[in-house]
Design a protein around this ligand. Structure first.
Ligand SMILES: CC(C)(COP(=O)(O)OP(=O)(O)OC[C@H]1O[C@@H](n2cnc3c(N)ncnc32)[C@H](O)[C@@H]1OP(=O)(O)O)[C@@H](O)C(=O)NCCC(=O)NCCS
Length: 352
């Protein structure tokens, strides 16, 4: 934070997160609670704090940063929009309410059950950011949102987190839904309807999770405007290095044999040798490679690299939308290495 005398005039907070990409889990940073006192805006305080946060993030070994926040602003600090935020959709066809007491506030004793339910909900996604355990505890302590659970035979089988809903609110955000099985999902939704009588529930849709499959047909269509998480990648070789097991597995799964994999971001390029067993060697960083196609390499603008590695379009989709992303001659290789990715992120903020 920045202080002027005994007054705090600007803040930013760096959180430790993990991002699972396939079955590779990498440390990541998330900057939160960014704000400058009105009287001190426009003096470069947040630019300085972001620089500080990113230095610390790199020093802690974070391989990327993720965040959610002010539209456009964080592009100034190297972030790009990469991962779609699951949207809250109005519950158009509510089931019969269960009694208001079916949903109870979560306590610390529920933390292991909450973690297990959320891990299961995220397991079908290619990219997942769970709540770190410190944030799980923190979410129970503060009152900007409420974490609820539902039980069956004394066992927690479902959870949701709601925004700070006042009694009698017309609209209630029901986020982070997770349930043990379809029957538990049904019970959870009935309990949520019973807990907020008369309100329209806006339910975050997690299409690949139990709740998404159970409730999808009850929800109104999502909003059509884009909502995305930011990702920042300032040392791509570190993330590529960590992803070698995943990339090697994709090569093997596609039955492709190559001597090397080269990815150019035009100003630099990244080269990995491929062993006979398909294992990728350490990333060697080289200088400018303006014509990757001529070298059997793929090209990707540095601003789209995080999208290529984590985003929903993959090489095939990006190459059709961005002239500065292309697979070059070896389309089969680079489409196999960089498929479209599904993602589910849990953050302090709740998507509306
Ligand atoms: C937006 C906010 C964080 C900027 O803080 P600040 O200390 O005034 O920012 P800085 O002076 O360091 O500005 C950094 C850069 O951002 C630019 N900038 C500032 N506010 C901007 C905005 N809303 N949109 C786009 N650019 C902006 C500045 O021009 C500057 O650019 P430059 O370094 O290229 O000259 C501050 O105005 C604020 O606290 N807003 C309300 C709180 C909030 O919404 N927090 C977000 C929670 S995620």
């Amino acid at each position: 934070m920045v202080v002027d005398g005994d007054r705090v005039v600007s803040t930013a907070l760096l959180l430790d997160e993990t991002v699972r990409i396939g079955d590779v889990v990498v440390p990541a940073g998330q900057v939160e609670l960014v704000a400058t006192d009105r009287a001190y805006e426009g003096r470069g305080l947040v630019r300085a704090l972001m620089g500080w946060a990113h230095e610390r993030s790199a020093a802690r070994g974070h391989l990327l940063q993720v965040m959610i926040g002010i539209p456009y602003f964080y592009r100034l600090f190297g972030y790009e929009y990469v991962i779609d935020i699951p949207r809250a959709r109005a519950l158009a066809d509510p089931p019969t309410a269960a009694g208001a007491l079916a949903l109870r506030g979560a306590t610390r004793a529920d933390l292991p059950a909450l973690a297990a339910l959320q891990d299961a909900a995220q397991s079908a996604y290619d990219v997942a950011v769970p709540h770190p355990s410190a944030r799980r505890r923190w979410l129970l302590e503060h009152d900007a949102s409420t974490t609820w659970v539902v039980e069956r035979d004394g066992v927690v089988v479902g959870t949701v987190r709601t925004g700070a809903a006042e009694e009698g609110a017309e609209d209630v955000l029901v986020a982070e839904p997770a349930a043990a099985d379809p029957a538990a999902a049904h019970l959870l939704l009935r309990a949520a309807v019973g807990r907020f009588p008369g309100a329209t529930l806006h339910v975050v849709h997690r299409p690949l999770a139990v709740t998404g499959r159970a409730w999808g047909s009850l929800l109104a269509p999502p909003g059509e405007t884009a909502e995305q998480y930011y990702v920042r990648l300032d040392h791509p070789e570190r993330l590529l290095d960590a992803l070698r097991p995943l990339l090697g597995a994709r090569l093997r799964a596609a039955g492709l044999q190559r001597r090397e994999v080269v990815l150019s971001t035009f100003g630099r390029h990244y080269r990995m040798t491929v062993a006979d067993d398909g294992a990728l060697g350490p990333v060697a960083v080289g200088g400018p490679m303006q014509d990757p196609g001529a070298h059997g390499a793929a090209g990707v603008a540095p601003t789209h690299l995080a999208d290529l590695l984590l985003g929903p379009l993959g090489m095939h989709g990006l190459a059709r939308r961005r002239p500065d992303v292309y697979p070059g001659r070896d389309v089969e290789l680079f489409e196999a290495l960089f498929p479209p990715m599904t993602a589910d992120l849990l953050t302090y903020y709740l998507p509306w």
